[in-house]
Design a protein around this ligand. Structure first.
Ligand code: SF4
Length: 323
């Protein structure tokens, strides 16, 4: 049996930027298995990055866990223990790598400072490790890279540097938050191939966050679909792409270009504002399959025999849609 490296169990999170709480994650349940690529997909603002910050104990706006628990290698890390996992156990590469490094310090100095927090090596060993990783991500002239400032790199080079820094920490889980958004089309595959190559070599898990379902389908073992702060479907990548269950997931699939001259069908309406509605289904205002109870009763998570999960009234026995 696959034992989860990470377990998020029924977690809800409130932010309190001005003292007034509002919910940004609602009853999130997600397991990440050792060595797998778990995908997290959804529109901007649906809670994907918030889930990553939750794992790293970096919630913005005085964010607090309201309910639920988080487990890492079987240990309850719901409290402040998650901060100690940063770097050593969980590393992250960001959407915009240029903002992740300090523009006024040379790369070498920053790389070594990060390694010094993780390892107790002397200066020479730390420098050697950093140079090895710069070479490992196929950046030319590692000694020169060491001396340069962040602005002297292209987006693709910078993203490879971020991968080098993250992987040099030998984490158990790498969170890659939209890692190819800032890259040219030609560099997207190259960067994702590199992450995958290192994942296999070190048997790490990857949480890949993106709004690009096509890209996720090719790269992930399983995909969780988020909408307005909740996970509405969670299944094997193949099921999500070819047999989606939740009306929102179906909408995402219908909006994907197929290259077959087929008309794309957009999802009607817009995502809701940041406040999560407290009763009824959060997707109801945009859902073509909505029934009377959807407006007033919040659906529960339904699980099938394959381990797939879907948050929709139509998967309860009494409301099943005709097949
Ligand atoms: S619960 Fe109702 S409104 Fe929500 S996705 Fe299912 S059918 Fe649509």
């Amino acid at each position: 049996m696959n034992v989860p490296l990470v377990k998020i169990k029924h977690v809800s999170v409130d932010l309190l930027p001005n003292g007034d709480p509002f919910t940004v994650l609602d009853n999130i349940t997600l397991n990440i298995i050792q060595g797998e690529v778990m995908g997290l997909i959804g529109e901007t603002g649906c809670g994907k990055s918030m889930t990553a910050w939750l794992l790293l104990d970096l919630l913005p706006g005085n964010g607090k866990i309201k309910s639920g628990s988080i487990w890492f290698r079987g240990q309850d890390v719901t409290g402040s223990k998650r901060a100690s996992l940063r770097g050593k156990n969980i590393a992250m590469i960001f959407q915009d790598p240029s903002r992740a490094l300090n523009p006024v310090h040379r790369i070498g100095k920053q790389f070594m400072a990060i390694l010094n927090k993780r390892y107790s090596f002397d200066n020479q060993q730390t420098r050697k490790l950093a140079l090895e990783w710069i070479e490992r991500v196929r950046l030319d002239s590692p000694e020169e890279v060491f001396q340069r400032y962040p602005h002297q790199f292209s987006g693709g080079q910078m993203q490879r540097l971020m991968i080098a820094i993250a992987m040099s920490l030998k984490p158990d889980l790498l969170i890659a938050d939209e890692p190819t958004t800032a890259l040219d089309a030609s560099l997207k595959s190259y960067t994702l191939d590199m992450i995958d190559e290192l994942r296999k070599e070190f048997n790490i898990s990857v949480l890949l966050i993106s709004h690009n379902l096509k890209l996720m389908g090719n790269r992930c073992d399983r995909i969780a679909v988020m909408y307005n702060g909740a996970i509405v479907e969670n299944a094997d990548a193949d099921h999500i792409l070819h047999k989606p269950k939740h009306p929102y997931t179906k909408g995402l699939i219908n909006a994907l270009p197929t290259g077959e001259n087929k008309r794309l069908i957009p999802i009607e309406g817009s995502p809701p504002s940041r406040n999560i509605q407290q009763s009824g289904c959060r997707f109801e205002p945009r859902c073509a399959d909505a029934i009377a109870i959807c407006k007033s009763i919040t659906p529960q998570l339904f699980k099938d025999s394959n381990g797939s999960q879907v948050l929709c009234h139509h998967f309860s026995e009494e409301n099943k849609l005709p097949q």
